[in-house]
Write a protein that binds this ligand. Structure first.
Ligand code: KG4
Ligand code: ZN
Length: 335
């Protein structure tokens, strides 16, 4: 089955063609980051309007790259949520309009299921069951995955997501949006040991996370250095490193607990923050000690993309799931 995947939940227009026999045929991404940068974050109305402009040309670009035409499409999957409602509506409306015109089934899929399954697109995909660490701008979750649609929530953030904490820390340090990669780059120049930030909720049992206290701790540290007149480039780098190390340590501790509690030997990391190099290295070090293996997607499939939606949708379309004649948008949607 040849499935067109469409992702428009936030500020990236992603499109991909996935064939259930031949794998991923082509994919393309248009990022709105430059457009939103002036505002310090995503402006929902601008995001929707830009998806309208970019989505159909991107679909045709992907079809051309795969040497196919619209008539070859056998199913369409789009992100139904969670995300910005206007942005989601664009993807849903285009998917359903194409589906109606081509007379093929259409299905709205969960954005986080897309992230969760993105490592399946790699050469060495994880087998079920596995523990997944989902770390994005809106979510920090530990999930036990026994198969497609068989998800058991083991723990999640009670407040901010890890990516959100990265983005807010970036703002405090005067870095542009999106902050995660920029904080990581600044941390490269940081000196370890100058600051030690708290590892929230690691001193008690359980698999939940909390990052809002760490955010406040970071803000206080920045403000103190600023008041003392010592907030130079080196200090900012030292703070970035202390923050990143605290997030990474916290995630590693919880992942180790989740592997131990479930007895799983496979850990999947997914979502934008899983592109973080220090996190990857630390999780691999931890997993090695437990004789476990870490799986992740290539960097371009860690952040939002159409390929993960095409893959997740293809699995569900193959199983016979369809939307019917209804565009589904679920801005807030627990997995
Ligand atoms: O999965 P994603 O693209 O979008 C959501 O579904 O939220 O994740 C975006 C998040 C942003 O918060 C961004 O700052 C963070 O992922 N991120 C990173 C890195 N690359 C992206 N955080 C830390 N280190 C990175 N290298
Ligand atoms: Zn995402």
């Amino acid at each position: 089955m040849l499935v067109l995947g469409i992702e428009t939940s936030c500020d990236e227009t992603g499109v991909a063609l996935f064939d259930t026999e031949q794998g991923l045929l082509a994919h393309a991404l248009y990022s709105q980051i430059d457009m939103h940068a002036d505002y310090g974050g995503v402006v929902p109305e601008l995001a929707s309007r830009d998806h309208v402009r970019k989505l159909l040309p991107l679909c045709d670009q992907v079809l051309a790259a795969a040497g196919r035409t619209r008539r070859d499409i056998e199913g369409i999957a789009y992100t139904a949520g969670p995300g910005l409602v206007g942005a989601l509506m664009v993807g849903g409306a285009v998917a359903h309009a194409l589906g109606l015109a081509l007379d093929v089934p259409v299905l709205g899929v969960h954005h986080m299921e897309g992230h969760l399954l993105a490592p399946m697109l790699e050469e060495r995909p994880p087998a079920f069951p596995f523990v997944a660490l989902l770390v994005s701008g809106g979510h920090t979750q530990l999930v036990r995955v026994d198969g497609i649609g068989q998800y058991q929530m083991l723990g999640e953030s009670v407040d901010d997501a890890a990516g959100e904490a990265f983005d807010k820390t970036a703002k405090m340090l005067g870095l542009d949006y999106p902050g995660g990669p920029r904080v990581a780059a600044l941390a490269e120049k940081g000196r370890a040991g100058r600051y030690r930030f708290p590892r929230p909720m690691t001193d008690r049992p359980g698999l939940d996370f909390s990052f809002s206290g760490l955010k406040t701790y970071t803000l206080n540290t920045v403000n103190e250095a600023s008041a003392a007149g010592t907030l130079d480039e080196q200090t900012r780098a030292d703070i970035a490193l202390a923050f990143e190390s605290a997030v990474v340590d916290t995630l590693v501790i919880k992942c180790r607990r989740a592997l131990e509690a479930t007895g799983c030997k496979r850990l999947v990391m997914a979502g934008g923050v899983s592109a973080n190099k220090r996190l990857r290295a630390a999780l691999e070090g931890m997993a090695e000690k437990l004789a476990a293996t870490v799986f992740y997607a290539r960097p371009e499939f860690c952040t939002d993309n159409g390929a993960m939606i095409a893959y997740a949708g293809a699995q569900r379309l193959l199983a016979g799931q369809r939307d019917g004649n209804r565009i589904v948008t679920v801005p807030r949607w627990p997995m």
